[in-house]
Design a protein around this ligand. Structure first.
Ligand SMILES: [Cu+2]
Length: 263
């Protein structure tokens, strides 16, 4: 089914799977409910001489129509836990993600890149308005802030949507699956200029991204992406028993960037 925008992040397909699951469940229920409604409208229509039948309820039927939706909600919740933890659990933000800051205000997005000192949050940061440039060969972590009201960082093609809340720093990570230009929008009604609040997210190849950094006078070029730690990289002592997990654990490397010290 091609009803959604092109999916260009590594986790977009899993989110789409949940969307479609919910669509199928609610779609089937919708059709059944409307069919029964029409049937009853016809079957119990007014007829001369037929007295109305009064009922005070049916406990069995009420238990069934409460239990089924409750079980469906639990099912959807269980199936969502995996993607939720992968995407939202801050411990799962890839350790080598390229970090930028993104500040929302009425009505624009300002993206900050490390300047020549390679650090975010310093005076030499490079700031771009309504344009986010990212490298396509590695994950990116965007730390969201808002200067005024609640906005919502929305990248439809990436299936990324996260509120930017005044007073909070909220990290969001994603990784592109191809280069190109994509939609940047605000998904939270934030004032009269809300509909104009948007721009472009540009995914560059690794080389192009470094060229872009240079052309903007921004931070040092990115090195080649280091492959994710494999079992061989883990010292023998730790390679035993409790360590092997599917993905490298990023404990402590990706806390909300209050220190602005991402490499
Ligand atoms: Cu907004």
């Amino acid at each position: 089914m091609g009803w959604l925008p092109e999916a260009v992040s590594t986790y977009a397909d899993r989110i789409d799977g949940i969307f479609y699951l919910i669509l199928v469940i609610t779609g089937v229920i919708f059709v059944v409910v409307e069919a029964v409604l029409l049937l009853f409208v016809f079957k119990y229509r007014h007829r001369e001489g037929r007295a109305a039948h009064y009922t005070h309820g049916n406990t069995k039927v009420e238990i069934v129509w409460t239990a089924i939706p409750a079980l469906l909600c639990v099912l959807i919740g269980v199936l969502s836990i995996g993607p939720w933890l992968e995407i939202r659990n801050q411990a799962n933000i890839p350790a080598d993600a390229y970090a930028i800051d993104l500040t929302a205000k009425q009505f624009e997005w300002n993206a900050s890149y490390p300047g020549p000192d390679g650090r975010l949050g310093t005076a030499d940061d490079v700031i771009k308005r309504n344009q986010i440039h990212i490298p396509g060969d590695r994950p990116v972590v965007v730390t969201l802030r808002s200067e005024d009201v609640i906005h919502s960082f929305f990248l439809p093609e990436f299936r990324v949507k996260q509120d930017a809340v005044p007073g909070m720093e909220i990290p969001v990570w994603f990784q592109a699956t191809r280069t190109g230009e994509f939609t940047l929008a605000c998904a939270e009604l934030c004032g009269t200029g809300h509909t104009r609040m948007g721009g472009r997210l540009i995914v560059h190849s690794a080389e192009d991204f470094n060229a872009w950094l240079q052309s903007e006078g921004a931070g040092p070029p990115l090195g080649p992406r280091v492959a994710e730690a494999s079992a061989e990289d883990i010292p023998d002592q730790e390679a035993s028993a409790d360590v092997p997990s599917e993905r490298p654990v990023a404990v402590g490397t990706a806390s909300p960037s209050t220190d602005h010290d991402h490499p």
